[in-house]
Design a protein around this ligand. Structure first.
Ligand code: 3PG
Length: 536
């Protein structure tokens, strides 16, 4: 049973979809604080959130079963992404589902501010009728300065152009001089950009660089008739500086939908002059909430149920869809890493995974991550998965390298995994054959063809007569059946790889290790292969 915690308000259609999905159970708990979350999180496989819940490193300290967090919306500044990655929790968002609603709310605030709608509304409701006190300004002909020309910024630009505004933009991430087919000119100089603006609207992501990007100095650069709109994140603006600029008449008006702390408490903006405030309503339309809820639910279920990754914000480069053959290669990589893991006991400094074959090119980075899971799992208590494998390896100073080679005429598709240890390098090579089953093709350059499953014993020995008989007799005397065996030799040494019907006990392994001509003995227990059919 997959358990999902809905920790914020979600459109009913999203809840229904979860409730009607077989094998899924949900719990709706809204308003949990970080301590309560820390207690709840380990019991759930997935979570759905909006901006009303804060996921801290402490709440993720013991992630338990948790594998995925879906944000029904865009901003993930309320999630400690580094902590989520370290905990192996994939964080996903719905990048485009509320774009239009947020752009429309921006236009609503812009018009409300320019035409003083909230004050005029209160005025009429009070029974008064002084029309001369509420003379506004029209949008047409004014210059709208948009900070951040991403999805929402561009949607606002299109609407403002429709209102006959001149639109200028500022976005250090865009190299081009214009966007929207030349309709929006981009400025490089932020001060010149602000000085040119009649209205400024913020659509940037909150980062350490953008925090307080509008403060005392920037308000001073604006025209005294300027209007500032913020539907992005409260901390983009220094709220005290904005309150001062409004109260001192340095700028004409402002409208804000977002606050440094939500709900706002002791926020100077709540008492400032000429301001319109809304309670983070940008995405709060029926249409946007339906869209974000359905997208968040589908994205989370696809990940939890099928391992499909879409709109991940804390891990890049993982494929969104895995074919059966991709899965067979991931499984093979795991088996190859398990074989190499025995050599990792004293520590590894590097891992290199090479794929050969056009079909494996895009999968290569994922296979490299997968190899880290197998190699590190026996040596750490951290729950490893594709989300955190690379970061856990990095923390331990293990360098992961990968290379995807195109198909070579004389050689078939395969993967090669190499680890660097204190005593040198070890390699395993494998492939998934046309029957869909994995094969190990070489270990440390000893060639072979073996289906890697169940109990394996790797015996390195001097290549002398009698060793095979000795090994066979030892196992035979203990009643242990050898199900399969491959032999390979080079440079007077040989590798004997046995597949046994049962696990050998310590006594027989010690006896083997003490025999003349036996150089080393390692055991590896691999899962049985469930699917013996052909992969597509
Ligand atoms: C977002 O980041 O998607 C918006 O700020 C909307 O946030 P909300 O889902 O909490 O309304």
């Amino acid at each position: 049973m997959i358990r999902i915690l809905v920790a914020d308000k979600l459109a009913p259609a999203g809840l229904e979809k979860l409730q009607n999905t077989e094998g899924v159970e949900i719990d709706v708990k809204i308003g949990l604080d970080p301590d309560q979350l820390a207690r709840e999180i380990p019991n759930f496989d997935g979570m759905i959130i909006r901006s009303g819940v804060t996921i801290t490193a402490e709440s993720l300290a013991n992630p338990g079963k948790l594998r995925g967090i879906a944000r029904a919306g865009v901003g993930v500044d309320n999630v400690d992404l580094a902590a989520a990655t370290a905990a192996g929790v994939l964080v996903m968002n719905t990048p485009d589902a509320n774009t239009v609603s947020t752009a429309e709310h921006t236009m609503a605030l812009l018009l409300s501010t320019m035409r003083r709608i909230p004050d005029a509304h209160a005025h009429v409701r009070s029974g008064a009728w002084k029309r001369g006190d509420y003379v506004g300004k029209q949008l047409s002909g004014k210059t709208l300065a948009i900070v951040g020309l991403g999805r929402v910024g561009q949607a606002v630009a299109r609407r403002a152009i429709g209102c006959d505004m001149r639109v200028i933009g500022y976005d250090p991430l865009i190299g081009a001089p214009t966007v929207l087919d030349g309709a929006v000119t981009l400025y490089e100089d932020f001060d010149a950009f602000l000085a040119d603006a009649d209205c400024v609207t913020l659509h940037a992501k909150l980062t350490d660089k953008t925090r307080h990007m509008l403060s005392t100095k920037q308000f001073a650069a604006l025209k005294s008739s300027a209007v500032v709109i913020n539907c992005a994140r409260g901390d983009l603006i220094d709220e005290s500086a904005l309150a001062d600029a409004l109260n001192n008449g340095e700028i004409a008006a402002a409208a804000v939908d977002v606050y440094s702390a939500e709900p706002p408490k002791d926020n100077p903006l709540l008492a400032a002059r000429n301001i319109v405030c809304t309670p983070h309503l940008g995405a709060s339309t029926e249409e946007a909430q339906l869209a974000v809820a359905m997208e968040a639910v589908n994205t989370l279920l696809d990940y939890l149920c099928n391992g499909e990754i879409r709109s991940a914000v804390n891990v890049v480069g993982l494929p969104s869809h895995l074919t059966d053959r991709d899965r067979a290669y991931l499984d093979l990589t795991m088996r190859m890493s398990d074989i190499l893991a025995a050599w990792c006991a004293e520590g590894i400094s590097g891992v290199c995974l090479t794929t050969c074959g056009d079909n494996l090119q895009t999968l290569c980075p994922t296979l490299a991550r997968q190899s880290m899971i197998g190699l590190l799992a026996p040596h750490t208590d951290v729950r490893l998965n594709l989300v955190n494998a690379a970061s856990v390896a990095k923390e331990r100073g293990i360098h992961i390298d990968y290379a995807a080679r195109p198909q070579q005429d004389d050689y078939f598709e395969n993967i090669q995994l190499t680890i660097k240890t204190r005593d040198g390098e070890h390699h395993v090579e494998g492939a998934v054959f046309a029957d869909g089953r994995p094969r190990i093709l070489a270990i440390d350059d000893y060639r072979m063809e073996l289906v890697p499953e169940k109990q394996l014993v790797l015996i390195f020995n001097d290549d002398r007569p009698g060793v095979i008989g000795l090994v066979g007799n030892l196992f035979g005397d203990r009643g242990i059946n050898i199900a399969d065996m491959t032999l390979s030799r080079r440079d007077n040494k040989a590798l004997m790889l046995l597949k046994l019907d049962q696990q050998p006990d310590d006594a027989i392994l010690t006896q083997l290790r003490n025999e003349d001509n036996i150089l080393s003995v390692q055991t590896v227990l691999l899962p049985s292969l469930v699917n013996s059919g052909s992969a597509t």
